[in-house]
Design a protein around this ligand. Structure first.
Ligand code: PEP
Ligand code: MG
Length: 401
């Protein structure tokens, strides 16, 4: 029933105004799935390779279509994704492009769900998946590679850890986003937004901590449940490998100082989440930091692990981090992303399903988070391509699909 009968690829716009790959997968019985690849700006060095969309589309048409059409079943995700790997022939998807691969992989999953008449999260998670919903981490202030002339730390993330349900959590993050704007306004700070819809003021990191702490406290009082916050430091972007220092503008920190700095921030602000606090090649320092603060906060590897089970295995062996960011396009297929989640959970690492800074209206990650029972999802706080995922979570919780 779910035999793939056609695959179509095209260039569509992403939220930054760049072209990205969109895939349609059709099945013999009339099933249909459509999905689009997101795109990172602060990409990890070890991510699967995103090709220019035109090239990715041409290569996938030539090499992947013959292995998909009339050959594999959309309802059998492992078979679809194995065909994509076989068509690619490399270990980093530099043949057909991780952007073509992930778009096809996600579109096939949707086509499989369509044939079954089941929502995507149910097709992916099965009848016995958990009943939990992820806590959304919402980017409210940011800079780094996502906005010029803003904070050095890439993302300050609202984390409504005490929310009784996903809808209240989503609205709490939006309220923090709004409170931040009011507080910045009171301070006479005008600002625009970065790539993910977070405010991108021209203030230093210390002032951003003050503002976000105040905003989360205000919203916590208002909603009556715990609203903490966390960070994506995106430290690989700050690290100068030649001089072996982390550069925050004119300030620099050695690795030992960076570890002390992050541990100090966890203490001072009771951070619930710290992503990429150290360089993507420094497993040992991750282990040191995890030893110090891992019992009270999530130390999450994004550029460190790049959704890759081999890199995660190294981290597990060394005790580096206690959480992994899961971005399907970092590894190229849903099967690989699922395998990373499974390995993480088996070893006590919390998976955090994540968007990219360049996004589309695609909602696959909302379904992936529910299907895998992930405790967290990172997908912004406001903005159409971000609210697409957040509103989908609300619909899933409301049995409205
Ligand atoms: C979402 C992120 O940004 P990008 O997509 O630019 O890697 C991130 O670093 O976690
Ligand atoms: Mg990150």
């Amino acid at each position: 029933m779910t035999l793939v009968s056609d695959v179509r690829l095209r260039r569509v716009l992403d939220s930054r105004g760049n072209p990205t790959v969109e895939a349609d997968v059709l099945t013999e019985s009339g099933g249909f799935g459509r999905a689009a690849a997101p795109s990172g700006a602060s990409t990890g060095e070890y991510e699967a390779v995103e090709l220019p969309p035109g090239e990715a589309i041409a290569n996938a048409r030539e090499d992947a279509f013959p292995r998909l059409v009339g050959q594999v079943y959309a309802g059998n995700q492992r078979e679809v994704d194995a065909a994509l790997h076989a068509a690619d022939g490399t270990d980093d998807f530099s043949g057909i492009g991780a952007n073509s691969a992930v778009a096809i992989s996600m579109a096939a999953a949707k086509a499989g769900a369509d044939v079954l008449g089941a929502p995507l999260f149910q097709h992916l998670g099965g009848a016995f998946r958990g009943e939990n919903f992820p806590i959304p981490l919402g980017n409210v202030v940011g800079g780094g590679e996502h906005a010029a002339d803003a904070t050095h730390i890439q993302e300050f993330l609202a984390a409504p850890v005490g929310a009784p349900n996903v809808a209240d959590a989503v609205f709490a993050n939006a309220a923090v986003h709004e409170a931040v704007a009011d507080l910045l306004d009171e301070r006479g700070v005008a600002c625009g937004k970065g790539d993910e819809g977070a405010w991108a003021p021209s203030i230093d990191d210390a002032e951003a901590f003050e503002v976000v702490e105040e905003a989360t406290a205000l919203v916590e009082d208002e909603v009556g449940f715990e609203v903490g916050f966390g960070l994506d430091v995106a430290a690989a972007e700050l690290y100068d490998a030649d001089d072996e220092v982390y550069r925050y503008g004119d300030d620099e920190r050695t690795t030992a100082e960076q570890i002390d700095y992050i541990a100090g921030l966890v203490d001072e602000y009771d951070l619930v989440y710290v992503e990429d606090p150290l360089d993507e090649d420094d497993y040992e320092s991750y282990a040191t930091l995890t030893d110090r603060v891992g019992h009270r906060t999530l130390v999450c590897g994004d550029d460190l692990f790049v959704t890759n089970t081999e890199r995660l295995s190294t981290g597990i062996e060394l005790g580096a981090g206690n959480s992994i960011l899961i971005k399907p396009n970092q590894i190229g297929t849903l099967t690989d992303a699922f395998d990373a989640v499974e390995l993480a959970v088996k070893n006590g690492y919390d998976p955090v399903i994540s968007h990219r800074s360049g996004e589309t209206e695609d909602t696959t990650i909302a379904h992936l988070a529910v299907a895998t029972d992930a405790p967290f999802i990172k997908t912004g706080a406001v903005g159409g391509e971000r609210t697409a995922k957040l509103n989908e979570l609300i619909r899933i919780a409301d049995d409205a699909l």
